[in-house]
Design a protein around this ligand. Structure first.
Ligand code: NAP
Length: 289
């Protein structure tokens, strides 16, 4: 069996626990695609994963390769994705424990879409998790054209995609949270948590809609009491609600524009985690195998 290089944790802990690891390459089963990874985005969830704060439904298998997002080239494919096709992929890590911090991965077809030709590898790899989350959040908020949506962290990957998707659907987007005295909005999406989440909630009109993608700040019956006829929703990315192929088409059309802060070699995954935890990066950090 062929082996590949990956960055994996053998024991949960600090960034330096992410170490080079040789792993067996798995042959694709029928309906699966073997992808040579050209770029893997680093997401905030990868930090929790590496530290052991992540809630997988199944017992964790070590060594654990983090990473939800990838762009690459099909090595062994299917009718829909023949060898040589440039693709984006979403590893659905919480269910699969398959990670993208590696030279190769094998994914079922449903987690793969043709890559947009207008993006480079790093930009393409920044689409899946944040894009699927943005689509899932907008699905829950169910806004009609002309309604108003407040997004409290438009500079984040998820927030930025929500702004672009919502505007493309004729929704009026505001990004200045301000205070409760600002104009009331039909809906707010929280991408931050904490005080900014409360400020966004305060701006929603009575009977309006509110969703957060930051479950750490969700206290049922607590800070976001539904007293004003608002029923807050905690959004969890759902690849069956979102649509990878649509994300790719929208990026091709220039509607979705991923922002990249920096690319680093795959072997620098620990450094990428440290940089993300320091904060202040304007865009995604992306690993290049
Ligand atoms: N519910 C879901 O299914 C779902 C899916 C995807 C993302 N999310 C959440 O949505 C938020 C935005 O995600 P994103 O992909 O848009 O982020 P992003 O644009 O990639 O932002 C990354 C930034 O997050 C900040 N950060 C640093 N350490 C962090 C940590 N341990 N956890 C979280 N953020 C950290 C840093 O910025 P600053 O410190 O300078 O702000 C970093 O530059 C995150 O909280 C993420 O966990 C939820």
């Amino acid at each position: 069996m062929t082996t590949m290089n990956a960055m994996a944790v053998h024991e949960f802990g600090p960034a330096e626990n992410l170490i080079p690891t040789k792993l067996d390459l798995r042959d694709p089963a029928p309906g699966e695609v073997l992808i040579r990874i050209r770029a893997a985005a680093v997401n905030p969830a990868d930090i929790g994963m590496r530290e052991g704060r992540y809630a997988w439904p199944d017992p964790v298998r070590m060594p654990l390769v983090p990473g939800y997002d990838l762009a690459g080239v099909v090595e062994a494919g299917t009718d829909a994705f023949p060898p040589g096709t440039a693709v984006i992929g979403y590893t659905a890590h919480s269910q699969t424990q398959i990670g993208a911090y590696a030279e190769y991965t094998t994914l079922p077809e449903r987690l793969v879409a043709t890559a947009p030709t207008k993006l480079d590898w790093a930009e393409a790899a920044a689409l899946p998790l944040a894009g699927l989350t943005a689509q899932t959040a907008l699905h829950h908020l169910a806004l009609a054209p002309g309604e108003t949506l407040l997004v409290n962290r438009p500079g984040s990957a998820v927030g930025g995609f929500v702004v672009e998707l919502a505007r493309s659907r004729g929704i009026e987007v505001l990004t200045d949270v301000g205070d409760a005295s600002g104009a009331a909005v039909d809906a707010a999406l929280d991408v931050t948590g904490g005080a900014t989440a409360l400020a966004a909630f305060a701006r929603v009109r009575d009977g309006g809609r509110y969703a957060t993608v930051v479950p750490e700040f969700w206290i049922p019956g607590g800070q976001f009491t539904p007293a004003r006829g608002i029923d807050p929703v905690t959004v969890f990315v759902n690849e069956a609600v979102g649509d990878l192929a649509e994300l790719s088409r929208l990026a091709e059309a220039g509607t979705l524009t991923p922002r990249i802060a920096e690319t680093l070699p795959l072997a620098s995954a620990a450094e990428a985690h440290r940089r993300m935890q320091r904060g202040g990066a304007l865009g995604k950090l992306v690993l290049l195998p």
